[in-house]
Ligand binder design. Structure first.
Ligand code: BEZ
Length: 211
């Protein structure tokens, strides 16, 4: 059965471009992103891994550790990383998992046989510090992911975890956020000293608490 939101992300041991890892040990008590790509030496994947490498500081600021995965070998990953670094002007510093027996891809339902029997699709999981699945998105092989959106979701998830707020449609860093329904309006006024704007009893905005 496939993983759903709130499920425990399965732990695994893997060979990677940076040596063997235990997933949970690698994540420690921070956040994680595990994402699959169809194959090494393919154009869209090259840009995606380059973009991820370029955002390494942004992920680090948010205490997010990143891991990529495909069914190619460690040797293939290492050779391809040279191409990514050269063509995307980055230094890939995160591990790429060599999931040759597809055990991790199967545990995370990253192979969709009606798309491809052989290759992983473009799946991405955000894992919380409690190792629970917070988000998953799956793109077709021909569409590169939007990593700015991935960072935006992490910011939203971290605001919810730390401040009991949600984020409205198209929210961007610095904009007002929404008081979650579980917080009563009378409690919200004390909890959010920057102010609470009550548009409807169920629709209450407050300035982003950590700004
Ligand atoms: C790519 O990463 O460019 C790609 C991979 C598989 C199918 C189509 C594109």
């Amino acid at each position: 059965m496939s993983l759903r939101l709130g499920d425990l992300a399965p732990n695994f041991q893997a060979e990677t471009s940076l040596g063997p890892i235990d997933f949970y040990e690698y994540l420690g008590d921070g956040w994680g992103i595990l994402f699959s790509h169809p194959a090494d030496f393919t154009p869209v994947c090259t840009t995606e891994l380059g973009k991820t490498a370029g955002l390494q500081e942004e992920f680090a600021k948010r205490h997010v550790k990143v891991l990529a995965l495909s069914v190619d070998s460690v040797e293939s990953h290492k050779t391809w990383i040279n191409d990514i670094n050269e063509t995307q002007h980055v230094t890939v510093g995160f591990p790429i998992i060599a999931d040759k027996d597809k055990s991790i891809a199967n545990a995370y339902d990253m192979i969709h046989p009606n798309a491809s029997e052989t290759f992983t699709v473009r799946s991405l999981f955000i894992i919380g510090p409690n190792k629970k699945v917070k988000l998953f998105i799956t793109y077709p092989a021909s569409t590169g992911r939007n990593f700015v959106e991935v960072l935006r979701v992490i910011d939203s998830l971290q605001l919810t975890a730390n401040y009991s707020v949600a984020t409205p449609a198209d929210w961007k860093e610095g904009e007002d956020v929404i008081v979650v329904p579980a917080v009563k309006t009378e409690d919200a006024i004390a909890k959010f000293p920057k102010g609470v704007k009550v548009v409807k009893p169920y629709l209450r905005y407050t300035p982003q608490p950590n700004k």
